[in-house]
Write a protein that binds this ligand. Sequence first.
Ligand SMILES: C[S@@+](CC[C@H](N)C(=O)[O-])C[C@H]1O[C@@H](n2cnc3c(N)ncnc32)[C@H](O)[C@@H]1O
Length: 435
Amino acid sequence: MAYKPEPAGLKLRLVAAQRLKSVLAGDNFVPLGATDLVDGRDRALANRLITTALRRQGQLNFMIHALLDKGMPGKSGTFEAVLRLSLAQLVFLPDLGAHSALFLAVEATKRDPKARHLSGLMNAVLRNAQANSAKFGMLSDDLLIPDTFGDTWLEAYGEEAIDGFSDALLAGAALDLTLKDNDPELIDALGAEPVMADTVRIEQRDRPVEALPGFAEGRWWVQDAASSIPARLLGLEPGARVLDLCAAPGGKTAQLVKAGYAVTALDADTKRMERLKENLERLHYAAETIVADAGSFTPETPFKGVLLDAPCSATGTFRRHPEVIWHRSVGDVAGRVRLQRSLLTNAARCLDQGGVLIYCVCSLEPAEGEEQVDWALQALPGLELWPVTSEELPGLESAVSPRGLVRTHPGMMPGGRSGGMDGFFVARFRRSEIG
Ligand SMILES: C[S@@+](CC[C@H](N)C(=O)[O-])C[C@H]1O[C@@H](n2cnc3c(N)ncnc32)[C@H](O)[C@@H]1O
């Protein structure tokens, strides 16, 4: 039999379909790396297809509903993933060409033993989609945010902010770094722009993070502008003992060390703690590390400062993880709320008299943020709110509420910069007496 070369562009679609399939099944999205696809251009294209399919998931759901009379066929391998990638290409990435979307989708379907009997259906559905691509291309952005969160967010943030959420979801996230020292030469070499305090932003990155200037020398770490806010608000004297609860992979630990505190970093996950240690080593920073449950850890001596970056629904990270808003349910949020309360209770126990407690989550849900403050003030004796002032967040004054709570969201422009920021909630408490 004569050797038939594989059609150009097929391999990257097969790899992209496998990755998208795993995300649709509940995994977090991790961009394809060099071990998945050696060729850099193929890898960039495959990642572009996957991220477009994930960011446009709500609109693709609508199209699939309209195109598949009998719904998605069950037990059909990569059929759904290939279909989503191809619809994303046909409707939202016209520069890639409609022909390749159709032809390669059918070829990819034929290569999957579990989907091959559906190659005719793939062809028919995509031809129908092609005929309707102009109409599909004008689907409302309202479809981008699932109903699970749409109503709560509309009530909490208002219509204008929600428009900003959709734009931020489609645009994705720039790369924010926290610098060890604000050296203008380094900022220039990075092609970065200052955002606020020691955070800089790289809008367009042409190489992996590890290849950027200053990485090997440990001159900065990756940290979203929003994520860098909580550690800056502790307001203690250098040298103060600070406990970083739920610390891995250590972005906030590094900030606390930089601020001159004597830091103990604690996390329950051994592997993530290893990453924290590697990160600190690269930065030439030192902290005590403990693997333990933050819900039951009891220190020998209470701390002057405790930072609790509690596990949460992570809905605020949807610019980088568009899948989170489709994976999370109302029940998931309720489960996180319970866990956060038990961690907050123990965090307060670890705090010395007059000590400062920062509670933060990368969630947009008021239930995990503002409502947790109401609960803590009522349930945890001796804890009082120490309001954050807008002067403490120059360039982001609008994130500070009249109560002195910090709420960022993806529609905000830190330091006036475009590109949004993660949704974060931060509250600062002080322990007045041991309760
Ligand atoms: C949002 S991440 C923390 C990010 C980190 N603070 C940073 O700035 O890099 C949440 C962390 O909570 C940890 N975690 C979850 N439940 C925990 C528990 N009961 N005790 C301690 N750590 C926990 C997870 O392992 C995860 O590393």
